[in-house]
Design a binder for this molecule. Sequence first.
Ligand code: HEM
Length: 486
Amino acid sequence: IQQLLFRNPTDPPLVFHWFPFIGSTVIYGMDPPKFFRDNRAKYGDVFTFVLLGKKTTVAVGPAGNDFILNGKLKDVNAEDIYTVLTTPVFGRDVVYDCPNAKLMEQKKFMKIALTTEAFRSYVPIISHEVTSYFKRTAAFKGKSGIVDIPKKMAEITIFTASHALQGSRIRNKFDESLADLYHDLDMGFTSINFVLHWAPLPWNRKRDQAQRTIAKIYMDTIKERKALGDEDNELDIMKHLMTSVYKNGTPVPDHEIAHMMIALLMAGQHSSSSTSSWIMLRLAQNPKVVEDLYQEQINALGADLPPLQYEDLAKLPLNQAIVKETLRLHAPIHSIMRAVKQPMPVPGTKYVIPPTHVLLAAPGVSGSDPNYFPNPFEWDPYRWLPGSPNAPLIAARNEEEEEKIDYGYGIVSKGAASPYLPFGAGRHRCIGEQFANLQLQTIIVETVRMFKLSNVDGSDKIVGTDYASLFSRPLEPAEIRWERRD
Ligand code: HEM
């Protein structure tokens, strides 16, 4: 009755719930994509639910994606939501612990370092990290075996990303203490810490200790590299930040470089390692696709399969489609949130979202909508290749021809009205998209060269999704069978 009587006529429909503070928290937390789909069917594209006492308005579909992700700075704000979680983990003065204009400059510094020249140097680094990992790791010794894949993919992701983006000195420290420290830091990134981030709990104490130790390791490395001068010729992001200067003439201070390094590794690590795990699980579910990928490499690169180069990746469309299709069904970021700063009318509706609400974008909903993707829950990488009956029912995006905007971190497409946005859009759009694609595609190439994959029992089943952490990932154990090629 309270929910019906105290409604403002311009409020979106409120998802029914029994308990005031809890609201729909539990049912949302169990399976967010299903929660969005079910309530969209009941209430339409815009609806509100109570998440830990906060009225949270979801706007789905391409129009909803655009409404939230392209919201103006005066209307929506990311830092008010995320800073409680990210500042203790990343450290001060970066990302959400600074004004948005400063984040835009920091993103620009990081993005500028991701050039084609840098990418050319990253592919051999990543290839080498993957092959040497498979050679030295006990779980991949012998002719065949069974492996819990998410743990292995988490390691491969951290070795490849740290080496390419942060240089060999930092990479080598992951064999010593850094991996454990990052594990402690990660404890700060659980959903529960939206509420308990401040509490003097054992895992928060470990988080704070790890943050200080990691930041010091980075700052010491920066000093060492500065002392080396021209002798240091690696093309990583850390090196680039060491020479970057803010518009007001201030060089980026060492502690900010250190904190940005932590932020980059944390942002990329979870999304990429979840995606590579899903890729391996989907390939094991579909062994024939593994053979098609192997054949694609032979046809495009030659039967002797020469060492992989950056330019080779563009010659492997099925390999690219594997990443695209996996991100369509398993985007690791299922909920993108913004605080509302002033009343926001939703275009084409009677709704006005008040500043007491939080806005939530869920691009994954349109990514699995049959209006855009026939047989949406079928993992079908071939849908992205010409002539497929499951081809997306949307005009192929040609970003080069789209209207552009510069938020301060580089020129990007203005529109976010697309059903397929695994990397977000607008001011907070991912800057790691190209790197993630390159990293994931290289991991697939090297895995397929070495192994055939299948499900342990030979079936075509797939594990469920774990939504307990901030980034969704496969439920563990998620075992697959590998068999070494002759
Ligand atoms: C932002 C997805 C990999 C760095 C984002 C956002 C999404 C996303 C959806 C937007 C968040 C928002 O609007 O609140 C992904 C996926 C990845 C991936 C699916 C891999 C498969 C990476 C990598 C890096 C990275 C490898 C670093 C090299 C960032 C940064 C932002 C971002 C710095 C900006 C945050 C902001 O402006 O608020 N990513 N990402 N990401 N990502 Fe990624």
